[in-house]
Design a protein around this ligand. Structure first.
Ligand SMILES: *Cc1c(COP(=O)(O)O)cnc(C)c1O
Length: 389
């Protein structure tokens, strides 16, 4: 019988060594040894599945990848040094000069920079569609489009995209559909169940969940992962064994952490809904979210990110940040600690005000990554800062 999510997250484990350890050990070794010349030859000829060098594979990395593949329902996967290494590698391995990308406009800032500043050097152009009018996608797909790239929910706009619909579009035009599943994790949604070809994670966020290590993951179709694997091996994008060990342990508690993250986030979103200093509270599982119906269909819970729009713009945003006492001012998200960010003056300050407006980042937008502290303490800190904003 197929086991449940929590059980797979805990019980998927590498083979025990001669020491019969209960918890998986850490294999800090850059390379592996061979019995003889024949074994060496066979390993390099890909005739043997064994470790050669930790830039290619390592027992800790493999355990993490096996686990995430089971949880996402994927055929195969790879673990990267960071989320951006995963994002970058997927495009570089799969695209040729002259190919075209279609992406949701409100994509993560660094991904946007890759599209705009670097891929254009290789004659790879990107055209955007808006999350609130997804039908536009049919108009921007070109004969040379190879990849539709989305996030859902988006960072920090919290837009929800209908994966079932996008899969139909991708199939019709015979292009790949790639989803950055960072905000949801496989506990809240499994894009592969909707037909998605590749799923990408910044494991730095909710998968680590404790703000310690960077990591990235790609899982999905075997043939595509094999293609990416050659680039991965040669480019040095590999995750370190130590970080893989940390992340594999983190996944053991992903479900219980997310249950509490989501419970806290929903409660805070409801609590702030009618606050006089706020014009809008956005959370995927609040019924006034523009794509609420899609969110409840494709996600188990609403995630841990809540956004607020302060009436007073930039000044209020900065006053609010300065009044925060307990929560952290930081650019990370998905930590045990509640984090407060002002995207207009931080993560998205490189965008022009017009570009920011087009992706829904107003001057007064605050992104809250709700942590695992007691919800009453989180509410109290946010409330007292709002009073002065
Ligand atoms: C943080 C983030 C990334 C990048 O991940 P890193 O681990 O920081 O490289 C990519 N996509 C989304 C949606 C993110 O939030």
């Amino acid at each position: 019988m197929k086991k449940h999510f929590e059980t797979e997250a805990i019980r998927t484990q590498m083979e025990r060594s001669q020491y019969a350890e209960h918890s998986a050990p850490l294999y800090l070794t850059s390379s592996f040894v061979f019995e003889d010349a024949e074994e060496l030859r066979a390993a390099f000829a890909d005739e043997l599945e064994r470790n050669i060098y930790s830039r290619f594979s390592n027992p800790n990395t493999k355990e993490l990848v096996d686990k995430i593949c089971i949880l996402e329902g994927a055929e195969d996967g790879l673990a990267f040094a960071s989320g951006m290494a995963a994002v970058y590698s997927s495009f570089v391995a799969l695209l040729n000069s002259g190919d075209h990308i279609v992406s949701v406009r409100s994509v993560f800032g660094s991904t946007h920079s890759l599209f705009k500043k670097y891929f254009t050097k290789w004659n790879i152009e990107t055209t955007y569609f808006n999350a609130d009018t997804p039908e536009e996608i049919e108009e921007v797909i070109q004969p040379n489009t190879k990849i539709i790239y989305i996030e859902t929910p988006t960072n920090p706009g919290l837009d929800i995209l209908d994966m079932k619909y996008l899969y139909e579009v991708a199939k019709k035009h015979q292009v790949l559909l790639v989803v950055d599943n960072c905000f949801a994790t496989p506990y809240l949604q499994k894009p592969i169940n909707f037909g998605v070809d590749l799923v990408i994670h910044s494991a730095t966020k909710l998968i680590d969940g404790q703000g310690r290590v960077l990591g990235g993951l790609i899982v999905g179709r075997q043939d595509l992962i094999t293609e990416i694997k050659y680039f991965y091996r040669n480019s040095g994008a590999a995750l370190s064994p130590f970080n893989a060990w940390v992340l594999s342990k983190s996944i053991e508690t992903l479900a219980v952490r997310l249950d509490r993250h989501c419970e806290n986030a929903l409660e805070l979103a409801k609590h702030l809904q009618n606050h006089p200093k706020i014009t809008k509270v956005k959370y995927p599982f609040l019924s006034n979210h523009p794509q609420y119906e899609i969110a409840i269909k494709q996600m188990l819970k609403g995630g841990n990110i809540v956004t607020l729009e302060l009436k007073g713009g930039i000044k209020s945003g900065q006053t609010f940040l300065n009044q925060i006492k307990m929560c952290s001012l930081s650019a990370n998200l998905g930590d045990t600690r509640t984090i407060v960010t002002h995207p207009a003056t931080s993560t998205h300050s490189k965008l022009s005000p017009e570009e920011r407006a087009r992706v829904g980042i107003t001057d007064g937008l605050i992104r809250l990554s709700i942590g695992l502290e007691n919800i009453e303490d989180i509410k109290q800190d946010i409330d007292q800062a709002l009073d002065k904003a």
